[in-house]
Design a protein around this ligand. Structure first.
Ligand code: ATP
Ligand code: MG
Length: 358
């Protein structure tokens, strides 16, 4: 299991919304996802139709020395479960600060269900002990900011927090930077000021900034109020003319894609760069369906051709040819083997007629 932590030093920058949307999009990829609400405001729990009652979520897990989350996990949608929160979580601050190893509680709690889920997506609030515990558990950080100057000043700060917390505990943060992302919510579509802030963030943070910008849409709050994902809301009530809403659906899907890509790229790095995590072996390739699956992978994850080539372990030329004309056997090879850089990508392709050899 990988742990994605959504965190920011500023309030109201879209953390809980982003956590819920990204978790839901990952679940649509067929990944098994546990959404974890680690904020006493329990907004993620509300968005995901959880109970928000004391003793039924993370507060209860913290009170139980075994830290077993399983009795408190409930289903949200296919492939998506929730470990919720309630205002009672406020009491956890003292417990965690006093307890020896309190910073490891989330790591240990998620360890219990590490084989059950591919991803845990953790929404954080503003409690220092809980943020510290989330930073210890994190494999990737997703740090939302609005494109307003006061919010943007704090963008990326959670990486420093993570590095500091982990260093104090003797843990390495190597790899956290290349796996992490700043996601920008542009509140003013035509605002020059927002555009300038986005440019400055891109200059300052480079690849750390997710290239997909989240648009502002009042429909997002409506979706949250109705406890729907933005995608569900768009499908049920959206009109095809509502461009911000459509763009929001695409943005959350693409951000989920970037998170998955980063995690795959980084896992290659960790294993020395050469060893594939999984191999999709097209013995009897149905080339048309394979090409369709690759196109889907590209659009759902918002990848460019280079990123797609890297993810599939094939050349950019081959990828471009496949996208344009359908898959073909590479010259000099009588069978087509694709070695996705991540297990998630392999899964996405397994829908095409393939044998998947882990
Ligand atoms: N892209 C967006 N466009 C319009 N409204 C949005 C967008 N993203 C989030 N919102 C709305 O902004 C408000 C704050 O969002 P959210 O609760 O996700 O922020 P947060 O960072 O988790 O806040 P907090 O610091 O209180 O936990 C909510 O009402 C939400 O519906
Ligand atoms: Mg929140």
């Amino acid at each position: 299991m990988r742990v994605l932590v959504v965190a920011a030093n500023k309030g109201g920058v879209g953390k809980s919304t982003l956590a819920f949307q990204v978790a839901a999009e990952m679940a649509l990829h067929g990944l098994r996802v546990l959404a974890v609400d680690a904020d006493k405001q329990a907004d993620l729990t509300r968005y995901a139709r959880g109970p928000r009652l004391a003793g039924l979520g993370l507060d209860a897990v913290i009170a139980d020395p075994s830290l077993d989350p399983r009795p408190y996990i409930g289903p949200v949608a296919e492939n998506l479960d929730l470990l919720g929160s309630s205002p009672r979580l406020a009491e956890a601050d003292e417990v965690l600060s006093a307890a020896e190893g309190g910073a490891f509680f989330l790591h240990r709690c998620l360890g219990v269900v590490a084989d059950t889920y591919d991803w845990a997506v953790v929404d954080t609030g503003h409690s220092e002990p809980i943020i510290a515990a989330a930073m210890v558990a994190a494999d990737l950080l997703l740090m939302p900011t609005t494109a307003s100057a006061p919010d943007a000043r704090h963008a990326g700060e959670m990486l420093q927090t993570a590095t500091r917390v982990r260093r104090e505990l003797g843990l390495s943060s190597e790899g956290l930077l290349p796996r992490s992302l700043i996601a920008i919510w542009r509140r003013q579509h035509n605002g020059v000021a927002d555009g300038e802030v986005i440019e400055r963030l891109q200059e300052r943070f480079g690849d750390l900034v997710c290239p997909v910008i989240i648009p502002h849409s009042s429909r997002i709050s409506e979706a949250n109020d109705q406890r729907l994902t933005v995608r569900q809301h768009a499908e049920m009530y959206g009109s095809s003319r509502d461009r911000p809403l459509r763009a929001a659906v695409e943005a959350y899907a693409a951000i989920a894609g970037h998170v998955l890509t980063r995690s795959g790229a980084a896992s290659d790095g960790r294993s020395g760069g050469a060893a594939p995590q999984a191999e999709v072996d097209f013995d009897e390739p149905d080339l048309t369906r394979l090409a369709a699956a690759i196109r889907r992978l590209k659009s759902r994850r918002g990848l460019d051709d280079d990123q797609l080539a890297e993810l599939l372990g094939r050349s950019v030329d081959w990828v471009r040819h496949t996208l344009a004309f359908g898959a073909r056997h590479p010259e000099g090879e009588d069978r087509l083997t694709i070695r996705p850089a991540s297990r998630a990508a392999a899964r996405d392709l397994v829908g095409a007629r393939t044998r998947w050899r882990p």
